[in-house]
Design a protein around this ligand. Structure first.
Ligand code: SME
Length: 166
């Protein structure tokens, strides 16, 4: 019974991520300019996935991360590489999943409601160009299925995004 429920949950998760991917693809095909696309994709993440309190992007600019399009409460504006969860993902150039932000040394608390977090680096021309940052008010919110689904979304952004200034 438990196994069947878990299987069904996993299937439901996969369907959600397939929908998210297809909708993001549509957004990027209509307008790949990063301001429009990242704004709509942050809204898409927030409205498609459950139990989130912040979803958005930090852009690598002048040697640091600067907050970009997002959904949620106002967030800290600048993050130094190596600092917080976002800066750690940049320094390591890998996805960082934090099941409990209170256990992560140096976690930067922008919204006191955040309990868990996932950050995924986004590349262009072989360099980290931005990160996708998602916070949840629930501990252990981000499973392996979430990581796989969100990394596929980031690969799509890397493929389709137009980073030109205007
Ligand atoms: N918690 C992040 C800061 C950004 S907010 O979550 C929006 C961090 O530690 O890098």
């Amino acid at each position: 019974m438990m196994i069947r429920t878990r299987k069904r949950m996993r299937k439901w998760q996969m369907m959600k991520y397939e929908l998210l991917f297809e909708q993001a693809k549509g957004i990027l095909e209509v307008e790949p300019w990063y301001v429009s696309a990242l704004s709509n994709i942050s809204s898409l993440i927030m409205t498609t996935l459950s139990d989130l309190n912040w979803a958005g992007f930090y852009l690598f600019r002048n040697g640091e991360l600067t907050v970009g399009p997002f959904q949620g409460k106002p967030a800290c504006i600048h993050i130094t590489p190596g600092k917080g969860v976002c800066g750690t993902a940049v320094a390591r150039d890998e996805t960082v999943v934090v099941p409990d932000v209170h256990q992560f040394p140096g976690h930067i608390a922008c919204d006191g409601a955040s309990e868990s977090e996932i950050v995924i680096p986004i590349h262009a021309g072989g360099q980290v160009m931005a990160v996708l940052d998602i916070d949840s008010p629930v501990k252990n919110r981000f499973s392996t299925e979430d990581q796989v689904g969100l990394e596929a979304l980031v690969r799509l952004i890397e493929e389709k995004m137009n980073w030109a200034e205007r």
